[in-house]
Design a protein around this ligand. Structure first.
Ligand SMILES: NC(=O)C1=CN([C@@H]2O[C@H](COP(=O)(O)OP(=O)(O)OC[C@H]3O[C@@H](n4cnc5c(N)ncnc54)[C@H](O)[C@@H]3O)[C@@H](O)[C@H]2O)C=CC1
Ligand SMILES: CC(C)CC(=O)C(=O)O
Ligand SMILES: [Mg+2]
Length: 356
């Protein structure tokens, strides 16, 4: 099969991990006889430095013209510590999501058995956890009107949702639940927020169309607690943009590390595949970032955008074998990991490639 893939590494460890994700795609093409072509484009801080714009038009055009995008991360400490900066790397990411209509962000929380001891949560609580988050990605407080008044002494961010926006993400989540354990948990804050009351109303109205799916509604504060207390109780979770952002960073501890969680951002056009983590300034340039989130994002790309199930499974199996062989990056190592089994980004990438 012929496919064109755009590589958008972005900032910080985005550069380091996406290099490994791309190599995995190249190896898959070779092994399964596909013809993948690649291009690269700028986003985030590196795009601001080069063009003054965190999402140059050229990048957006290249995204639209490709069959799928493998994305890294954006972000730079320069902006994190300067609240007054008007142009920011994260604006590029949000604009990309909005412009491409990527309203559904699928975040699978899958624990590899070998990593049971990498988490701070007890193994008996974790074992068998398998959750699929549907995070709404183009609405909510991230995209509403924002600003300052009273000489900058008053700030506001408006959270807004339309019925249509809630319905389309909820439908995707219901459909996914049907193919899994048939349980859907909708997370909101309907005891306080009007947007959440609309959210709950829409999910309740859809439920009769999916009688085979058991639906529950949880408030986000309780959901955050239950994720750690009993992660196995969750199957598919659907939630708003802000809640999904926060809950999935929390849920990364079920999988052992931020470095293990991949995601698929899909909707109206080209799909974008991205680790859930950011540019991780604290480890940038050290060559120690875990590239598995990018590699597993490449697997989602193959599966969802190209319908290449066997190829995606081969990638996941290679990651599994590397973990079974005992290799770890620092973030997923524990006290029992021998020092010589803790590898850097490139070296663990080579171990994955060797098993493909
Ligand atoms: N999708 C994106 O592009 C995102 C961008 N950001 C941006 O990234 C920058 C840093 O944000 P943080 O809050 O520190 O979040 P982060 O996700 O970059 O890092 C959080 C913690 O997890 C660790 N970590 C993350 N990915 C890892 C990996 N692959 N291997 C090993 N350890 C890993 C980091 O070292 C750090 O201690 C900020 O500028 C933020 O705005 C944050 C989240 C997502
Ligand atoms: C800039 C943020 C919205 C990125 C983020 O934290 C995420 O998408 O998970
Ligand atoms: Mg996040």
């Amino acid at each position: 099969m012929k496919k064109h893939i755009l590589i958008v590494p972005g900032d910080g460890i985005g550069q380091e991990v996406t290099a490994v994700g791309k190599k995995v795609l190249e190896k898959i093409a070779e092994k399964f006889n596909h013809e993948f072509t690649y291009d690269e484009a700028l986003i985030g801080h590196e795009a601001i430095e080069a063009t003054g714009n965190p999402l140059p038009d050229e990048t957006l055009e290249k995204m639209r013209a490709s069959d799928a995008v493998l994305f890294g991360a954006v972000g730079h400490p320069k902006y994190d510590n300067d609240p007054s900066a008007k142009v920011r790397p994260e604006q590029g990411l949000l604009k990309m999501r909005k412009e491409l209509g990527l309203y559904a962000n699928l975040r699978p929380i899958k624990l590899f058995d070998e990593l049971l001891s990498a988490s701070s949560i007890k193994p008996e609580i974790l074992q068998g956890s398998d959750i699929l988050f549907f995070r709404e990605l183009t609405g909510d407080i991230y995209f509403g009107e924002k600003g300052r008044k009273d000489d900058g002494n008053y700030a506001y961010d408006i959270a807004a949702y339309s019925k249509y926006e809630v319905e389309r993400i909820a439908r995707r989540a219901f459909e996914a639940a049907r193919t899994r354990r048939k349980k859907l948990c909708s997370v909101d804050k309907a005891n306080v927020l009007e947007t959440s009351r609309l959210w709950r109303e829409v999910v309740q109205a859809l439920a009769p169309e999916y009688p085979d799916v058991e639906v529950e509604h949880l408030f986000v504060d309780a959901a955050a607690m239950m994720l750690i207390k009993n992660p196995k109780r969750f199957d598919v979770v659907v939630t708003a943009n802000l809640f999904g952002d926060i809950l999935t960073d929390e849920a990364s501890q079920i999988a052992g590390s931020m470095g293990m969680l991949a995601s698929a951002s899909v909707g109206d056009s080209t799909g974008v595949y991205e680790p859930i983590h950011g540019s991780a300034h604290d480890i940038t340039g050290q060559g120690v970032a875990n590239p598995m989130a990018s590699v597993l994002s490449a697997a989602l790309l193959l599966d969802i955008s190209f319908g290449m199930k066997q190829e995606a499974e081969a990638v996941i199996a290679a990651v599994d074998q590397v973990l079974k062989a005992g290799f770890r990056t620092g973030d997923i190592a524990d006290a029992s990991t021998p020092k010589d089994m803790i590898l850097g980004t490139e070296a663990i990438g080579e171990e994955i490639l060797r098993r493909l």
